[in-house]
Design a protein around this ligand. Sequence first.
Ligand code: ASP
Ligand code: MG
Length: 405
Amino acid sequence: MSLIVQKFGGTSVADFERIRSVAKRVAKSFDQGNDVVVILSAMAGVTDSLLHMANQVAVSPDKRELDVLLATGEQTTAALLAMTLQSMSYPAKSILGYQAEIITNRNHGSARIVKIGANRIKELIKKRNIVVVAGFQGCDTEGNITTLGRGGSDTSAVAIAAAIKADTCEIFTDVDGIYTADPNICKKARKLSAISYDEMLEMSGLGAKVLQIRSVEFAKKYNVSVHVRSSFSEEEGTMVVNEDSNMESLVVSGITHNKDAARITLKKVPDQPGIAAKIFSPISNAKILVDMIIQNTRAGGLTDLTFTVSKNDFRKAMEIENRVAKEIGAEKVFGDENIAKVSVTGVGMRSHSGVASKMFTTLSNENINILMISTSEIRISCIIEEKYTELAVQVLHKAFGLDKD
Ligand code: ASP
Ligand code: MG
């Protein structure tokens, strides 16, 4: 008998029929003698339509009230699942974030969990209830409702699993696990049986949107084993675990790509202290996130500086830098929206050399020019022309031995 946390995402509870199949799945685990705590998302599309509603009544809706509104999506599914389970004669009770004592900071819209009491959950489990918790929500120390940011019910699930010391945290979603590359563009991609927290963190950061990144940070911090699997099949998915657990010994475990990138170059910038601050302060004041930065020196006390932002922020960033360029006496600003980032990730890089050179050789064999490079301890990313994205992913996937036979 185990204590199991099961989280179901929006597509898994998208309509009544699917809610019924979630109920059956939960009931099955319960019948096997397990204690089950279920965390739910809102029905697919509901959070978006609630946001849309808010925008009908206010130009920039109050953040506190917005959280009150958004939290209703999860309140709805939690109650519906509990009713469904009860109608199947199972003892189920739904509770909201505040009742589960999910205490967050006051940052409405992307609040961080600071503490979980979970006494109520534990009491309900003791009385052999199936506990259904509304995901995505908590409350601050004054009892104001908060939400955890888009995709936040993943974090609710992992945090609750940590708080009640669950044996496993299963994340049921619309994909059947974590793949070595996006199967939509790489036909030879295969499902990984396990992946480490660090690899998952890198991949989430690179745009692989299976888990909210904060949930992985939580899982790593509290050593929660997370099982990402499909709610539409019985098949095993991918375990997100500690590095030393028995993982496949792959040097590189995944090739990711992100087309949401654009680059901006300031040419012939005077090479003096304080210049980088002048270039990037207005960008961060505009709340624009910068991904990669490179600076190359030229003769005559001048340098070129290039950085990347998401495509959405490109115009804004160009405007800002055109102004900055005049101010600091840079010669010219160039922009390029047709770029993409491809990355190879793997903890094996810590102990294997030659990954970078293999990546660069593989790309050059296809005549793909590398525009920028960045690395972390377990990742190498290259900026390339966007039109080569699919090709790059496919050839790298093959070169690093990831193709399924
Ligand atoms: N319903 C929220 C969202 O759509 C939270 C979640 O699904 O995890 O972002
Ligand atoms: Mg999600």
